[in-house]
Write a protein that binds this ligand. Structure first.
Ligand code: NAI
Ligand code: 13P
Length: 331
């Protein structure tokens, strides 16, 4: 049996801990609040993150980071992208020397424009081979309800990828491996921005033609940026690209889509933030992704408009007009 730690007891950390435990690992979760750790330990639930989900009784939980990671050979991290660097500054010294670090996050760091695996390598001072990314169409409440889904385990060390693949394979979760870390992370981060745009248009009453156009052109700009950063174009046709984009845009469970709906109803950023209980990564990542695109000389018109609506108070109706009024070109 493997010993795994999951750092972050939000929706995804909790669902992922359940997966690891059910696939045979001995799991300890780290929660920021001791009350959440106690609830997981004693009542086997995490009501605020995943209401009504019964967790395996064997999952341990603590708010003591050193205790959570002691002896772990797999450490999965599921905190907000923008706090990861700060979290790791406190944590990294406690990580066992050869543990595989699994990034579950889907965002780009503000300011540095770094992907989460890059932040882990830099801040925890580990060899890039030790970092593995898990990304795909994996809405936490659906996975926790054991609805069948697939995902991608990406890394530069095939042996570690296979070990993580084995550690999360279940009758309801089918993991595939990939060597394209950049592509998987860019797919996961940019789909959150496109899901914001999708939510905005849903709230504006737009129909399936608009939705399909957004998904398709959203994927086009995701792939354009990803390829400029060295990703394999085929990754964007896979689970961590199109798969996650479709799941997130289509699902009322998505925090990013829901956040977009608030903006589409005319709420300000601050009002939408007040209403959101959990992390909607696209809201901050859209700034970093726009900066990445500008530096790489890549056009990302949907991302540009999402940034304007989120952070410059632009009217969504004007944003739609600007997207539709762009210069004509071949597909
Ligand atoms: N929820 C989902 O369905 C999925 C989420 N993800 C990604 O996983 C990451 C985590 O997402 P969730 O668990 O859903 O988010 P969440 O908002 O439910 O949980 C985030 C957790 O991080 C903890 N945390 C630790 N340090 C923190 C700090 N300094 N500031 C704020 N919170 C801190 C919070 O206490 C909270 O438990 C995100 O990057 C998200 O995009 C990926 C796949 C699925
Ligand atoms: O990444 C996800 C599904 O794969 C979850 O999306 P949200 O963060 O928008 O809920």
């Amino acid at each position: 049996m493997k010993r795994a730690a999951v750092l972050g007891a939000g929706a995804w950390g909790t669902a992922f801990a359940k997966v690891l435990a059910e696939a045979g690992s001995e799991v300890t979760m780290w929660a920021r609040r001791e009350s959440v750790a106690a609830e997981i330990r004693d009542r086997h639930v995490n009501e605020s993150a995943l209401p009504a989900v019964k967790l395996p009784a064997g999952i341990g939980a603590t708010s003591d980071l050193a205790a959570a990671v002691a002896g772990a050979d797999l450490i999965a991290i599921a905190v907000p992208s923008q706090t990861l660097r700060g979290n790791l500054a406190e944590w990294a010294g406690h990580f066992p020397a050869d543990a595989t670090l699994v990034s579950l996050m889907k965002g780009i760091e503000l300011g540095t424009t770094k992907r989460m695996s890059q932040v882990i390598v830099e801040t925890a001072r580990v060899d890039p081979d030790r970092v593995v990314v898990v990304s795909g169409p994996n809405l936490a409440p659906e996975l926790a309800a054991e609805q069948p889904a697939a995902t991608v385990v990406a890394g530069t060390d095939v042996r570690r990828c296979r070990a993580v693949q084995q550690a999360i394979a279940l009758p309801y979760l089918r993991p595939y491996t990939s060597e394209d870390v950049t592509g998987c992370e860019m797919g996961g981060a940019v789909k959150n921005v496109i899901a914001l745009a999708y939510g905005i248009t849903v709230a504006m009453g737009m129909g399936d033609n608009t939705r399909a156009s957004l998904i398709t052109r959203g994927l086009a700009e995701t792939a354009r940026l990803g390829v400029a950063l060295g990703a394999d174009p085929l990754t964007f046709a896979g689970l961590a690209g199109l798969g996650d984009l479709v799941a997130t845009c289509s699902s009322p469970l998505s925090r990013n889509r829901t956040f977009g709906e608030q903006l589409g109803r005319g709420k300000t950023l601050e009002e939408a933030q007040k209403a959101a209980r959990q992390t909607a990564e696209g809201v901050k990542s859209c700034l970093a992704i726009r900066d990445l695109a500008r530096t790489a000389g890549v056009e990302m018109p949907i991302t540009e408009q999402v940034e304007r609506v989120c952070h410059e108070g632009a009217d969504p109706r004007v944003a739609v007009k600007m997207l539709m009024g762009r210069e004509m070109k071949p597909e």
